[in-house]
Design a protein around this ligand. Structure first.
Ligand code: GDP
Ligand code: MG
Length: 220
């Protein structure tokens, strides 16, 4: 198994010419909200309707171009531990971004968002960026959590918000790209006021500032 980087910022890898930075991203949220489906949709553009509980897979890797940089994403999926909401601290270590997911047809998964957020704040790096995602927005007839409540909770927690569907491929790519952009923005900010002891570099790379797109909710 590849080991996760402990770098607090994207690692500049001179030995590997294939990418400029590597970001570790975690997908968390209650069991069955669609985390594994979301990851498969993004990494492999596939969707499996049957419930396949997550065993064995730890992460997928995808390299994208963003802000003129080649960014390697190491995206971790929880292997079933989310049922107990006790994911080990090791899992959180080194993560720069989180996709915190609930299911818009499942009130309990929405009510658990606060707990997941506390877990992130307790175990992860202070500057880790979080996007709240209400998944399964294709199931409008069974919706129990309105977009408005999702957005309000995201505002309250200080996260950006998307509604998405792994099934219909709505806002999946956008979620990851926005998360990468906010990580880049944060990294660029931190490096501007860099404490060399923290960044491990005298002069950090300057990333192009990207205009933030407006919040995108479900299009269905
Ligand atoms: P996880 O436990 O959070 O990893 O959830 P899974 O990815 O295993 O998905 C749980 C169930 O929800 C499976 O039956 C999926 O097919 C289904 N599912 C996942 N995403 C969506 C979605 O966007 N729309 C619909 N309708 N079903 C979904
Ligand atoms: Mg899973």
């Amino acid at each position: 198994m590849a080991s996760a980087t402990d770098s607090r910022y994207g690692q500049k890898e001179s030995s590997d010419q294939n990418f400029d930075y590597m970001f570790k991203i975690l997908i968390i949220g209650n069991s069955s909200v669609g985390k594994t489906s979301f990851l498969f949709r993004y990494a492999e553009d596939s969707f499996t309707p049957a419930f396949v509980s997550t065993v064995g897979i730890d992460f997928k890797v995808k390299t994208i171009y963003r802000n003129d940089k080649r960014i390697k994403l190491q995206i971790w999926d929880t292997a079933g531990q989310e049922r107990y909401r006790t994911i080990t601290t090791a899992y959180y270590r080194g993560a720069m971004g989180f996709i915190l997911m609930y299911d818009i047809t499942n009130e309990e998964s929405f009510n658990a968002v606060q707990d997941w957020s506390t877990q992130i704040k307790t175990y992860s790096w202070d500057n880790a960026q979080v996007l709240l995602v209400g998944n399964k927005c294709d199931m409008e007839d069974e919706r129990v959590v309105s977009s408005e409540r999702g957005r309000q909770l995201a505002d309250h927690l200080g996260f950006e918000f998307f509604e998405a569907s792994a099934k219909d491929n709505i806002n999946v790519k956008q979620t990851f790209e926005r998360l990468v952009d906010v990580i880049c923005e944060k990294m660029s900010e931190s490096l501007d006021t860099a404490d060399p002891a923290v960044t491990g570099a005298k002069q950090g790379p300057q990333l192009t500032d990207q205009q933030a797109p407006p919040h995108q909710d479900c299009a269905c």
